[in-house]
Design a protein around this ligand. Structure first.
Ligand code: ADP
Ligand code: ZN
Ligand code: ZN
Length: 742
């Protein structure tokens, strides 16, 4: 037997795997992940390495291969555990061991030392408050905002404060001249946010919260490291529950990873964690530079951090003694990686938990069908919060049938009911949100006479119409000027039918002249901090109406919002995809959950052409379990996850003919290899988008009752692909239980 060993796992060139022979007495003892000592280089220097795989036949002449010296059994070595996790990921999701290792292991990057500026408040609380009133009286809003931020946290990072609160440097300079604050510089950038723990407002848990926390603690203390689904309606106090669990684990000297979807990783969320755990918290997100990121990994390795917060990739934080992984909003599609290995953070977290004796807590108001299904089967433990924490009632929901509106001769995007409620809110000075559900829909332009749809010549998707008079492809960026007549039949009835957020903003401004309006979508948030800026402006009451796409529905807490309007609720039902209904239900429920989080009961208007669809009906009733039952029936009948296991094999290439031939061979091979298994093989289909950027795509789907037979098929197909030269010009990816049909 031969072992493949990597000797420097922090090196960028992880690809370098060395082959060693295994001494007889160690055969069967060594495992993937075991730390070994090997002779290295000309001088046969003794070096540490990790086993990443085995083979029976060597790649080199056997007499040139050196032998492993001995192994170290350090059960605490985090590297061993992460290498073992990578091996599981390779097996479970496909791809190579190198790709898996690169996903899992932190890689050292050279970092520059950057000077970081910090801001410190020079006033006492009382002086500060007085000064703030002074600024407010003089209508100096930016100064007041900066001061408010500093009163909450007297010492802050310069960049963070100015960007998050959108304060210009001239404002800071003015405050400095007035001796309100001072600016200091420090050499290297160690901790992205230097915060003190804050006095915690004492809260008394509701019975449901208490029960969830008690169950967790009891299991944890008897070393039963389970996976929990914390299923709690919007505003039920899930975050408070997480924090109590985290504290329990940290007190016992173990560490915690908290995954949050990038988009919900806002200033407010982060501050809540800093307030509770102070400097022992760290964040990793895409806004940090490489250097800043590797600084955070250094801090983790030096045991300076107990809690790491971040998106999907933070799951691989190399904590030595991990005790808990929390995944907030576990239903989010962003937890599935789009790169090889296409892992899902939920399953991978459960595996990491198993390898390291850690608990896993998944939280959501609209759990993924997968998570709820596992609860039903007893694999996860369900902890339920049915009521909102401050006993606020769930909002009252009206469903408006837009077909009826049209029959009555009303062609507006806003129904009469919605307009009426909006006017009421403006009178009362309460805030509202208008949410346009545009998932899976691209504002396409078509001809009302002949039905022609304008498409991208490279990508086979419809072009979207933009305000600047251009039609744009959202995949590749191709654009042409909008045409006045139909290229197919010459009719002049060509145009976009459905409005985008911009058009809605225009309409709202026209109809509600006195209202202050903010818009949040891909265009207005393109700049680095645009997202945060709009949210904090809205949260400070600088607008009455916030209009936006899905990004406004995620987890934000605006207590003054008492009305949510959902336009085109059924749009996401038209996506050609088995998760459309789930996504629709989830978006509507989350959007509705934004209303009435303060002391006043909220109202929600759902506008739809499809009021009888169960995803809309159940969302209006805020009935997750009712939805779950119906949707599971559908998945069972059609054999979709989680009722069955699905493997998508995506093959892409520039040469369409070669692609078609190769895919045909691959399918024939799969049919032969899967003959004795109970498998269904579908395709090859031209995927939903057949061509992107002049690259052609084909997909084969394999369905089975058990996952294991799909991974076996994947292994066979990988071997077949490697042995046949015809596949060299093509790219092949495996996607287990994909989030969408390609
Ligand atoms: P979720 O994460 O479920 O949306 P949060 O944890 O953000 O809910 O709680 C919503 C709001 O209710 C927050 O302002 C939180 O501080 C507050 N809250 C949570 N639990 C309690 C409680 N037991 N008593 C009073 N307020 C609470
Ligand atoms: Zn036409
Ligand atoms: Zn295109």
């Amino acid at each position: 037997m031969y072992a493949k060993v990597i000797v420097d796992i922090t090196h960028e060139k992880l690809d370098k795997v060395f082959e060693y022979s295994i001494p007889e007495e160690l055969e069967g003892v060594l495992k993937v992940g075991t730390e070994v000592l090997v002779p290295f280089g000309r001088g046969n220097r003794e070096m540490r390495g990790y086993i990443v795989g085995f083979s029976e036949t060597p790649d080199y002449a056997p007499d040139q291969i050196k032998e492993i010296l001995r192994y170290e059994e350090d059960k605490r070595a985090i590297e061993s555990k992460l290498v073992a996790l990578a091996a599981w990921m390779k097996e479970y999701y496909g791809g190579t061991m190198i790709q898996a290792l690169k996903t899992v292991l932190p890689i050292k990057k050279i970092k520059k030392t950057i000077k970081k500026k910090r801001i410190r408040l020079l006033l006492t609380k009382e002086e500060g408050k007085e000064k703030m009133d002074f600024y407010l009286n003089k209508n100096q809003k930016a100064r007041a905002r900066a001061l408010k931020g500093l009163l909450e946290q007297p010492e802050q990072d310069y960049e963070l404060l100015t960007k998050k609160l959108s304060i210009s440097s001239s404002v800071i300079r003015a405050l400095k001249e007035q001796k309100v604050l001072e600016i200091t510089e420090e050499q290297s950038f160690r901790n992205p946010v230097k915060y003190q723990k804050k006095e915690q407002k004492e809260i008394f848990f509701t019975l449901e919260q208490q029960r969830a926390v008690d169950t967790f603690k009891r299991d944890y203390d008897s070393r039963q490291f389970r996976t929990y689904l914390l299923y709690g309606v919007t505003g039920s106090g899930k975050t408070e529950v997480y924090m109590e669990m985290i504290e329990h684990v940290v007190r016992q000297g173990r560490q915690v990873i908290v995954l949050i979807p990038e988009i919900a990783l806002t200033y407010q969320t982060v501050l809540r964690f800093y307030g509770r755990f102070g400097e022992r918290v760290s964040i990793i997100n895409s806004r940090l530079s490489e250097g800043e990121r590797s600084d955070q990994i250094e801090r983790v390795k030096n045991a300076e951090v107990d809690v790491m917060i971040g998106p999907r990739s933070a799951l691989f934080t190399p904590f030595k003694n991990l005790g808990l992984i929390v995944i907030d909003e576990e239903h989010e599609a962003a937890y599935k990686s789009e790169q090889i290995p296409r892992y899902h953070a939920r399953e991978t977290a459960v595996m990491r938990g198993r390898l390291e004796d850690a608990s896993v807590v998944l939280g959501s108001a609209t759990p993924s069908l997968e998570a709820f299904y596992r609860c039903e089967k007893g694999e996860y433990t369900c902890l339920t919060l049915k009521r909102r924490a401050k006993e606020q009632e769930l909002p009252c929901v009206y469903v408006v049938d837009m077909r009826e509106e049209l029959k009555r001769g009303s062609r507006s995007i806003l129904s009469d009911k919605l307009k009426e409620l909006m006017n009421e809110r403006l009178k009362k000075g309460q805030q509202m949100m208008l949410f346009l559900n545009r998932r899976g829909y691209a504002g396409f332009v078509s001809c009302r006479s002949c039905g022609y749809v304008v498409k991208c010549p490279h990508c086979d998707v419809s072009l979207s119409s933009h305000k600047n008079g251009m039609l744009v492809c959202h995949y590749c960026g191709y654009e042409i000027p909008a045409m006045k007549t139909c290229p197919s039949c010459g009719s002049s009835y060509i145009g976009g039918f459905k409005a985008g957020t911009e058009a809605i903003e225009e309409l709202v401004r026209r109809e509600f002249k006195d209202a202050k309006v903010l818009r949040m979508d891909m265009d207005t948030t393109r700049k680095k901090e645009g997202h945060e800026k709009i949210l904090s402006a809205f949260s400070d009451g600088e607008a009455d109406i916030l209009i936006g796409t899905q990004m406004i529905v995620k987890g934000h807490d605006f207590p003054n919002v008492t009305l949510v309007g959902i336009l085109a609720a059924d749009m996401s039902l038209y996506g050609d995809d088995y998760r459309s209904a789930e996504r629709t239900f989830e978006l509507l429920t989350q959007a509705a959950g934004r209303a009435g989080r303060g002391s006043i009961k909220g109202e929600v208007v759902i506008q739809t052409y499809n009021p009888e669809h169960y995803s809309i009906e159940k969302a209006a009733e805020q009935d997750y379990e009712g939805f779950y039952e119906k949707e599971m029936d559908y998945r069972r009948i059609l054999g979709y996850p989680p009722a069955a296991e699905l493997l998508a094999v995506l093959v892409t290439g520039e040469d369409e003919k070669l692609l078609d031939t190769a895919v045909k061979y691959l399918k024939d091979f799969a049919l032969r290899a899967g003959r004795k298994k109970r498998l269904q093989i579908i395709g090859p289909a031209s995927p939903f988008v057949g061509k992107v950027n002049d690259v052609y795509r084909r997909v084969i789907y394999l369905k089975s009752g058990d996952y294991r037979s799909l991974t076996v098929m994947k292994d066979h197909m990988e071997q077949y692909i490697e042995m046949n030269k015809g596949f060299q010009m093509l790219r092949i990816q495996f996607d287990f239980n994909p989030m969408k049909i390609f």
